[in-house]
Write a protein that binds this ligand. Structure first.
Ligand code: T46
Length: 139
């Protein structure tokens, strides 16, 4: 039986709606399944840009489209799935050991990412074959 090392799932956040507009909030270890150690965001992204193209050894993240939309292509070493992020209340949780690529950014799209760890280049698999070898080694 195949042993997946990673997990991907959609996360839905609370929304407080009144006549002044909408408010959504995020609490670590509650709405996202980790302590939030870092927040970063992608903006001024050209519509033909391709980002990602890596996996992480330990890092967990949740991605949100705060504005606009984009596609996240997921590969856990066995299966591939495309997700579209376009609703600021709905995020995509991506655990360690999941390859992700992002494209099809709409004009003005803003991607906010909540991360479980500080930035560490050593945590990245930026070579797809090395990522696949690591998944195979665990099976
Ligand atoms: C991911 C997707 C969604 C830093 O110095 N600190 C940081 O916190 C980050 C995220 C990046 N950087 C540096 C590393 C590179 O020299 O910024 C440069 C661009 O990073 P990268 O090419 O990894 O950017 P993306 O958009 O391809 O990927 C990023 C995250 O790195 C990645 O974890 O899942 O956003």
């Amino acid at each position: 039986m195949k042993k997946k090392l990673g997990e991907v799932r959609e996360v839905e956040l609370p929304q407080i709606h009144d006549f002044r507009g909408d408010l959504t909030f995020i609490e670590g270890n509650s709405h996202v399944p980790f302590d939030i150690k870092r927040v970063y965001y992608l903006y001024n992204v050209p519509v033909d840009s391709e980002r990602g193209g890596h996996a992480h050894r330990d890092l967990q993240q949740v991605l949100f489209a705060l504005s606009g939309s984009f596609r996240v292509k997921i590969d856990d070493g066995f299966d591939t799935t495309d997700y579209w992020l376009r609703d600021p209340r709905k995020g995509l949780y991506i655990s360690q050991m999941v390859w992700r690529e992002m494209d099809s950014f709409s004009q003005g799209a803003v991607c906010m990412v909540l991360a479980s760890l500080p930035f560490d280049e050593a945590d990245y698999y930026r070579d797809y074959d090395m990522f696949r070898q690591a998944v195979s080694a665990a099976n």
